[in-house]
Write a protein that binds this ligand. Sequence first.
Ligand SMILES: Nc1ncnc2c1ncn2[C@@H]1O[C@H](COP(=O)(O)OP(=O)(O)OP(=O)(O)O)[C@@H](O)[C@H]1O
Ligand SMILES: [Mg+2]
Length: 323
Amino acid sequence: MLIKAPLDSTHIDYLKNIGILSSNEEVTDSFKAGEGNMNVTLTIKTNKRTIVLKQSRPFVAKYPQVPAPLSRIEIEYKYYNIISPDNFLSCFSPKVLAFDKKSWLLVLEHLNNGGDYLSMYQSKSILGENVLDLLLSYLKKLHQLPVYEFPDNMEMRKLNHQHIFVLPFQSDNGFNLDDVQDGLQTLSERVKNHTPLKAKIKGIGDKYLGRGKSLIHGDFYPGSWFETDNGLKIIDTEFSFLGDPEFDLGVMLAHLKMARIPNESIQRVIQTYPLENGLISSYMGVEILRRLFGLAQLPLNLSIVEKEELTNDAINLIMNEEI
Ligand SMILES: Nc1ncnc2c1ncn2[C@@H]1O[C@H](COP(=O)(O)OP(=O)(O)OP(=O)(O)O)[C@@H](O)[C@H]1O
Ligand SMILES: [Mg+2]
């Protein structure tokens, strides 16, 4: 059963049949929960409560021509399950109310008055030092969880690998970056024509596809940080796997840098969570470049000159492995 908003009586009957809604529950409203590309995510209001339904499709919901594994929603479910015995980490998750594997449907607690941190590129002050500390504490605790078995999530990683380590650096990738911002296409040639840089990025991409020692979130960027009435939540865990903790940290630092958070804060993060510095800087540099020149664009508030500086900084991060 494929859901879409507004839910019709077939959807509601199905949800009642499998016990997601109780027999006397009336759906009063249903609509898109928020902006998302990968899945169909709906808020459902009933006469008793508000819940969120998230369903995967065998393709990216926003780009149906791009195949994506259905099992990603089960990865999300398994991630929340595996961290749930940890009292600290579980406070950051929406409660899992149900999972229906037959229709690849995850039911989550609705997070009240929530909003992500994607506006921090426009106004960096929304990410206070207290939130930064929470994000770091979350990562440290997550990466130290004794998890020895978790699905390898390889199909999702391969999809991500293409968009992070391959396509943004291909000359003939079909993205017209001047549609995003005048001059961006020309700027992208600096990385597309940089052979030693591309060789380095290939090696980092291979590392991403290898097995690491920690459970990682896999998409730890401001779109997954969700501020609510009940404090900070970490959502959208479909890219998780046993990988390098440096990947989560490097991605997070890349977004701090793109939001122009001062370098002192970035240095403080590295000092309070010491990992392999060279690997952090490599993942950080690649994440910056792929957000500048790849398909997954962000609402960045940067002139082309600023993007040029950022490109040079990212190249240095990758080539010199120093933050
Ligand atoms: N439990 C929740 N409570 C309230 N709103 C939610 C909840 N889960 C998701 N949302 C809203 O729906 C949006 C999409 O959710 P989510 O990021 O999990 O979906 P996605 O399809 O995996 O997105 P993406 O393409 O970014 O990977 C979120 O940005 C948020 O606004
Ligand atoms: Mg997602």
